[in-house]
Write a protein that binds this ligand. Sequence first.
Ligand SMILES: CC(C)(COP(=O)(O)OP(=O)(O)OC[C@H]1O[C@@H](n2cnc3c(N)ncnc32)[C@H](O)[C@@H]1OP(=O)(O)O)[C@@H](O)C(=O)NCCC(=O)NCCS
Length: 95
Amino acid sequence: MGAFVHGGWKVGTIYTVNVHPEARGRGLGKRLLATIERRLAREGCLRVVLQVHVDNRAAIALYEGAGYERLRLLRNYYQVYDPPHAYLYGKPIPE
Ligand SMILES: CC(C)(COP(=O)(O)OP(=O)(O)OC[C@H]1O[C@@H](n2cnc3c(N)ncnc32)[C@H](O)[C@@H]1OP(=O)(O)O)[C@@H](O)C(=O)NCCC(=O)NCCS
């Protein structure tokens, strides 16, 4: 799990949520996501954004299930994946 707080904008970016393959499907991803959201809220963030590869169905289901909204397609976001596109997702954090 990795996140960054853009102080002045009150926006946090989650860079990745990663669960060991043998531990997937047991709710850990959901708990990790909720934990980092609480941490970002404590840091004063009012919004969280993240990028996810367009074919990453498990991660997209995790994020949408947690209330993230697809904001836009980021064309050619990645250099190493085919297709190289990502979706930008966002979610407000209640004050
Ligand atoms: C995405 C990832 C973090 C999910 O972690 P996880 O611990 O398996 O997820 P959870 O068990 O908490 O599941 C939460 C929700 O995610 C969705 N989900 C998880 N695995 C899924 C799969 N294989 N297919 C479809 N949906 C899936 C489901 O909606 C699930 O909710 P539900 O159990 O109520 O149906 C994990 O698959 C992973 O580490 N993937 C590789 C790394 C990665 O791609 N990270 C995202 C980078 S942006």
